[in-house]
Design a protein around this ligand. Structure first.
Ligand SMILES: NC(=O)c1ccc[n+]([C@@H]2O[C@H](COP(=O)([O-])OP(=O)(O)OC[C@H]3O[C@@H](n4cnc5c(N)ncnc54)[C@H](O)[C@@H]3O)[C@@H](O)[C@H]2O)c1
Ligand SMILES: O=C(O)[C@H](O)COP(=O)(O)O
Length: 607
């Protein structure tokens, strides 16, 4: 099993941000548009399992960074066995990445790369729960899929596939010779059925594009070039984008009612599953023709068969099926008014090279702990936001770690507040990353769970941890993103009473000073210590000599003090001493500190 070592955020001058992976391997500095943070940290070269055929440029790129195991056609059991030895998995649409796969990985699998668009074959909830990032390659096969859609549309309208099969199928062949004496096969009794395969024209017909995303809009563009009237149904597409290419967005109802041709380009989701069912087919124009290069599951295949048999649907051209490959006796595939291809939408040389490179880059980047632009199960944090918030990433995690270690045993942490003090308006501060880091800090010291941006909210919810965020609005210049951050835990006892503030919550507060996280408040006491190494918090009677006594106990143990601050309530009363130490003192040394008569309470906190 892999050991998670660290989340060291490094920022190079060209704004490449990364969480370090030791030993650090050469990385090409890149600027990314939208980013996600993934923690990773292994001592050895990572292993990438490529479970389906991937273009060579992608394999070569992977090999510069990882051990690459290309094992195709694995059974589900074989995949589950192999996965526990892999840090990343790359698949296409033919491999089901189920919950079993994530469970079998036992925490080692950090990234699943889908070499293509559709991620319906990956159990995203299971991936998220296991803190596994899923990335896809959403752009490289768009044109290939659109071209295949158009190929199917035109081939269907002109019966190309059926006519070709007819010309070839019924012929028997005899062996003959060319004039120059070369051998050749000569068809006998062949069919030449010109009147049977009269088609329909596309020009002036209405095409309804269902799903006006990347592929849908490219299909629309091409169909307009063929002289078709194009409408589109997509509840989430902006009307101006459609208008820009002369397409009108319409309701589902209107698309069904008016289309001569319908082309599917939406993802398979619970909302689109069997969107075309008996009910929908009862509302289409009689004789409509259907193309599907999206996913088989968006059509109820039995309903389509009934509609074809009843002549409601005149023809269908299908690249995708609910079950792939479909059974040999599948009635749709065998239907004379259906043309079928074996999920070839993305299968061009160009698209496969592009997809392979796109996914290899994303997987390598994620494994390095870099920021993935095509993450599908984690919030996208824009690069500029990340750059600005990066000093606060370590601060929030450390405040979470400190706060949870201050809770007395048996208290149970349920309610946590994170307060951000800033002169910025709430809409100008994206705190998702910081909240995830507080969650990581709160949960990791008290469990074996690995928390990252992918699974932070899920893990918090699963553990019944309610994290609320609030803003402390400051006057002044909004240039700096944050002034200070507080983490407060309510409804608990503390093992260090001075950590409770007046509201009865454990409170720690921190700031970034010179780019480094500092602890600036514990309970109601102002302190100032850099958050490196570990921390000793000590409340003592304010009298001379205590600092020296504690210092010599640590000195005898060779424990280096890197920072120290003392704050007192009033002269001669009580003081809180905060000591930052590089090494962890022994139990014996900690016991000796506790035995100093003026020390009223103390606690050792690991960062
Ligand atoms: N056959 C192939 O080899 C092949 C190749 C590439 C893509 N695909 C499939 O094509 C589909 C589209 O890919 P894309 O890259 O264009 O994705 P995309 O995300 O760019 O576009 C999908 C569009 O569908 C829309 N949509 C979502 N729910 C909808 C609904 N209920 N009704 C109508 N529209 C809805 C979205 O708003 C989005 O605009 C996906 O299913 C993908 O898996 C297949
Ligand atoms: O969603 C996709 O990208 C396509 O369906 C392509 O799938 P494939 O990678 O299995 O060809």
């Amino acid at each position: 099993m892999s050991a998670i070592s660290s989340w060291n955020l490094t920022i190079s001058p060209d704004t490449t941000l990364s969480f370090s992976w030791r030993p650090s391997l050469p990385s090409r500095p890149r600027k990314r548009k939208t980013l996600v943070v993934l923690a990773a940290g292994l001592g050895a070269k990572p292993t990438v399992l490529v479970a389906e055929k991937l273009g060579d440029p992608g394999i070569q790129l992977l090999k510069t960074f990882a051990n690459v195991d290309c094992s195709y056609n694995l059974s589900p059991e074989e995949l589950c066995t192999k996965i526990s030895l892999c840090d990343a998995l790359i698949v296409r649409s033919g491999t089901k990445v189920t919950r079993d796969v994530f469970e079998s990985s036992m925490g080692r699998l950090k990234v699943v790369g889908r070499a293509g668009v559709g991620i319906d074959n990956v159990d995203l909830s299971a991936a998220t729960e296991h803190g596994c990032l899923v990335v896809n390659a959403p752009t490289s096969n768009t044109i290939a899929a659109a071209e295949h859609g158009i190929a199917l549309l035109t081939a269907m309208a002109r019966n190309v596939a059926q006519a070709d099969a007819s010309v070839k199928a019924e012929s028997s062949c005899i062996q003959g010779w060319t004039e120059k004496g070369c051998p050749m096969t000569i068809p006998e009794n062949w069919k030449w059925e010109r009147s049977k395969y009269v088609g329909v024209s596309l020009v002036g017909k209405t095409l309804a594009v269902m799903g006006f995303g990347k592929v849908g809009s490219e299909v629309a563009r091409r169909a307009k070039g063929l002289g078709m009237d194009v409408i589109a149904h997509d509840p989430y597409a902006p009307a101006d984008r459609a208008r820009a290419i002369g397409v009108e967005l319409v309701t589902f109802e209107e698309a069904l009612r008016t289309a001569d041709f319908i082309s599917m380009h939406m993802p398979l989701t619970p909302a689109t599953s069997k969107m075309f069912n008996d009910e929908a087919f009862s509302r289409v124009k009689k004789g409509v023709r259907i193309v599907n290069v999206a996913r088989g599951g968006v059509i109820d295949e039995e309903a389509l068969l009934r509609a074809l048999d009843a002549g409601i649907v005149a023809q269908a051209a299908l690249d995708v099926f609910t079950e792939e490959p479909p059974l040999q006796e599948n009635k749709l595939v065998r239907h004379e008014n259906v043309i079928a291809t074996p999920h070839l939408g993305a299968s061009t040389t160009e698209a496969q090279e592009g997809v392979a490179l796109e996914i290899a880059e994303a997987v390598v980047g994620a494994l390095k702990g870099e920021l993935a632009a095509t993450a599908v199960n984690a919030p996208m944090v824009p690069a500029e936001v990340l750059l600005e918030l990066s000093p606060y990433v370590a601060l929030t995690e450390k405040l979470g770690r400190l706060a949870v270690q201050l809770v007395a045993g048996g208290s149970g942490v349920k309610f946590v507040k994170v307060a951000y003090a800033s002169a910025r308006g709430p809409d100008d501060l994206d705190t998702r990353l910081l909240r995830a880091m507080v969650t990581k800090g709160l949960i990791e010291p008290i469990s074996s769970v690995f928390v990252n941006l992918v699974n932070a909210d899920f893990i918090a919810k699963q553990r019944g941890l309610r994290i609320t965020e609030e803003r402390i609005v400051l006057d002044g210049s909004p240039e700096k993103a944050l002034e200070f951050i507080q983490v407060r835990i309510a409804n608990v006892e503390s093992k260090f009473a001075s950590a409770m503030c007046d509201s009865g919550e454990i409170t720690v507060e921190g700031r970034v000073k010179d780019g480094k996280p500092h602890l600036t408040k514990v309970g109601s006491m102002g302190v100032d210590v850099s958050l490196e190494g570990s921390i000793i918090l000590c409340r003592q009677v304010d009298q001379p000599g205590i600092i020296g006594k504690v210092g010599s106990i640590l000195g005898e143990e060779n424990v280096n003090v890197n920072f120290m601050s003392v704050s007192r309530i009033a002269a001669g009363k009580q003081a809180v001493m905060t000591i930052g130490v590089d090494e962890e003192p022994s139990r014996d040394a900690l016991k000796k500190i506790g035995e100093i008569s003026a020390v009223e309470e103390f606690v050792f906190l690991k960062l």
